[in-house]
Write a protein that binds this ligand. Sequence first.
Ligand SMILES: Nc1nc2c(ncn2[C@@H]2O[C@H](COP(=O)(O)OP(=O)(O)O)[C@@H](O)[C@H]2O)c(=O)[nH]1
Ligand SMILES: [Mg+2]
Length: 460
Amino acid sequence: MKIKRFQAPDIRQALRLVKESLGPDAVILSNNAIEGGIELVAAIDVEDAVEASAPPRKPAAGSFNNALRQARAQQTTSRETRPEGQAPAERPAHDDVVTDFRQRNKTPVDRRAPSTREHRHGDQAQTIRRASQSFGKPSTGRPGNAPSGDADVDRLREEIAGVRRMLEAGFSSLSWQRTGEQNPERQHLFRRLMGLGISADIANHLLTRAPLGEDVEEGWHRAVHSLASALPVVEDHVLDEGGVIALVGPTGVGKTTTLAKIAARFCLRHGKQQLALVTTDHYRIGARDQLNTYARILDIPIRTASSEEELHDTLESLADRRLILIDTAGMSQKDVRLSEQMAMLQAGSQPVKTWLTLPATIQQQTAEQVIRAFRVARLSACVLTKLDESVSLGGVVSALIRTGLPLNYVTDGQRVPEDLHPARAFQLLEQAAAQLPPEDELSDDYLAMAFAGAGNYANG
Ligand SMILES: Nc1nc2c(ncn2[C@@H]2O[C@H](COP(=O)(O)OP(=O)(O)O)[C@@H](O)[C@H]2O)c(=O)[nH]1
Ligand SMILES: [Mg+2]
């Protein structure tokens, strides 16, 4: 067995790396969110790989993948030939492997006789979970995976951990397979939601609650509808009522462009006398130039404020303006100056509404990190930019659902002011669904892991 780790910015790229390095038979053992992306641990049964080029032979005893494959094949054959509900006469090879592991690890054997396929499945799953739990535990009482100082012991431990992951992957695979047998609509819809980039826990939660009918397309429509209902959206009246609005967010996400779009829309409705622009971005050379250009085109005043007092005074001096738009310095969620800058917006006597600007292309974990970091600015809404560049909206949609930050506007191009629209949840998700990648892009191994993980989350 060969086990490798792969890191990539998103799941699709990570899966591509796995496929390129280990081939299409690789099994995904685990997936974890890491800073800047995702880490997959994948394995390939080396014997399998060799098998492809070698003459046919009996599968090696103890090879989990082979045994699992055999077990699946036997399950399918026996399902085809035996009456519904009747237990098969022979134990599949997979049980032998589990028994073998149990004996080697002295795990108590569950002696209940399986009566139906349903029970057998449950017992198998429980057994695998138990076996995998006891199998990975260090026997020395030494905490965690601290190196023992003995190379052989460490290598053995690593192998045991690998086997444990294999068993867990087997468990996930069985659970995924069982759902496919008992509830193929649910499995199909889960696959589509995952294709959309929706997080596994939200997808599972949705499908557990939404009534699924016979018709898959109807079920899909209902799932998209439920997702749209879960996405928080707020209708904003700023273009009519005005106020003081600050656009915040990381660099390059489209704050200044969005601000120009809002300014131009407002000018068209109410005239230039009612509007002013302020920038607190004194960090970046050229930041003011960009805003200046828009101010010149619209013929509206622009001010710079680089401290709390200056901002306070500037806002006071512009009190007669119906709408004041504040452009802020783009800041990474890790920037130490972030809290200070965001606190500055809330320090004055005038209430400032802060809108977080996020690109539709952002990954779920990064979006959640950014939202958490910018919470100090008391965010009231989120503007989603660059819809035109996004391949999959699921990440950012999941982040908004999980954090509860409401969406108010979306932008889908660089044109000022045309490419700015009020957010409409259902329309947005229908559009995302229309861009779905081909269904075979996410492997069954990955889906099985995600499904099992989401099940645990939903149940616990
Ligand atoms: N394709 C596309 N590009 C956009 C959109 N909004 C902004 N941009 C571009 O993204 C780049 C960065 O925008 P900018 O407003 O300067 O970002 P800021 O650093 O957050 O102020 C510029 O080239 C914009 O033209 C959008 O909705 N779609
Ligand atoms: Mg800018």
